[in-house]
Design a protein around this ligand. Structure first.
Ligand SMILES: [Zn+2]
Length: 403
């Protein structure tokens, strides 16, 4: 009877499934972070083409060396030429979600799915496929999901390699950490779109800009997961602005991406070290995202708080009083959860599009945070960010990135 009603086994059923994409299990945050212990099912779209054993497709592939592998460094670059473990196979249905955490092959499937997902998200924002900066020398990205005893993750000319933060504990593998993989993919995407340096990077912000973008792409990637959106919104009652303003959001955040953006650093407060110098710009992007989100809520009658008037309000009220007032208004949050979630997704995409569309206006050897902020404003104005442009500009001005 079942077979007649649900003919999944037929050739037509399998063909339809393939057109929808391929399933994987992905942890949106490292599984030791509270609330993220269970992986989410992620569909990698059909644009990746057939996803074969490895996993592998026409843009990237996973290798698991048999011998201990040293991280790539010039002159040693992919492809890896040593002995490899057998590739991870899809199930009979073509999907990889039968490979569960802790089983052999999970790190390979997980690393591939995280990397592929970030590429898909970025291509979606840019609106076309992204050619690797290492083409045509190398056609595909090689992913090494686990280098034992190496406390790092790195990406470069044709590779993405993941170590472990403490040996012999599977939860410490960077291959289980979407954040680390997305950050490295951010570097690869930006190298491919912005281009590579001809000089040594002195006199421009190339390296610091890279760190800011890699971190922000990790956030954009995180905000594609239902688990993350649901947890962040329910934990804050949807009031991201007030939590951001009062630094409570960061304290309450389990997500590293959000903690790192929640700071009040301006350009004058940071050193020239690339990671440190990246913080005001990355935080300015985060502020812009929150401003657009809160504005959408206000325009849709979901919040009484007009962020365009918030800076005046903030100066008039004690932060604690303001916080109490807003907490009351979030009491009926649950009824509005899905509307809030839609607004956050829209804000995420408005900022994601503005940012990725700004890259073709920049040059690697001359990029500065000021030019990056101005082109981000320009690209946002040409797209869906137009009606929020004053606020986006104000966010960058507050960080002393533009005058
Ligand atoms: Zn980095």
């Amino acid at each position: 009877m079942d077979a007649i009603i649900h003919p999944q086994g037929s050739g037509r059923g399998v063909a339809t499934q393939a057109a929808l994409g391929t399933r994987f299990l992905v942890f949106p945050q490292a599984p030791f972070i509270p609330g993220y212990e269970k992986p989410e099912v992620v569909w990698i779209g059909a644009s990746a083409g057939p996803i074969l054993a490895g996993p592998s497709d026409h843009r990237m592939y996973v290798v698991e060396p048999v011998e201990p592998k040293r991280p790539y460094a010039l002159p040693f670059l992919p492809p890896y030429r040593g002995l490899l473990r057998p590739p991870v196979e899809p199930g009979p249905d073509g999907h990889f979600d039968h490979i569960t955490p802790g089983s052999p092959g999970f790190l390979s499937a997980h690393s591939y799915a995280c990397a592929r997902r970030v590429l898909d998200v970025c291509e979606g924002y840019i609106g076309r496929s992204i050619n690797w900066f290492f083409e045509p020398h190398l056609q595909r990205l090689e992913i090494v999901p686990h280098i034992v005893g190496w406390d790092n993750a790195q990406s470069g000319f044709g590779f993405l390699e993941l170590g472990e933060s403490a040996p012999n504990r599977q939860t410490s593998c960077f291959g289980l950490n979407f954040d680390s993989i997305a950050h490295e993919m951010g570097h690869l995407v930006l190298l491919s779109e912005l281009g590579i340096l001809e000089g040594d990077g002195r006199g421009c912000d190339f390296f610091a800009y890279h760190e800011a973008i890699a971190d922000f792409i990790s956030l954009l990637g995180l905000l594609q997961f239902d688990t993350a959106l649901d947890r962040i919104l329910r934990r804050t009652g949807g009031n991201l602005l007030i939590h951001n303003e009062l630094d409570r959001f960061a304290e309450l955040s389990d997500e590293r991406q959000i903690r790192s953006f929640n700071n009040s650093l301006r350009m004058g407060d940071v050193s020239d070290e690339a990671h440190d110098r990246s913080k005001p710009f990355a935080a300015g992007l985060f502020d812009s995202l929150i401003e657009v989100y809160q504005t959408l809520l206000f325009e849709r009658g979901l919040s009484d708080l007009d962020p365009r008037r918030f800076s005046n309000l903030r100066q008039q009220l004690e932060p604690a009083l303001l916080y109490e007032g807003l907490k009351r208004s979030s009491a009926s949050y649950e009824l509005k959860h899905f509307a809030y979630k839609a607004a956050l997704q829209e804000a995420r995409d408005i900022i994601g599009e503005g940012l990725t569309h700004s890259w073709h206006l920049l040059e690697p050897d001359t990029v500065t945070f000021e030019s990056a902020a101005l082109t981000f404003v320009e690209a946002s104005y040409s797209g869906r960010g137009q009606s929020f442009i004053q606020q986006i500009e104000d966010c960058m001005r507050w960080r002393r990135i533009i005058d």
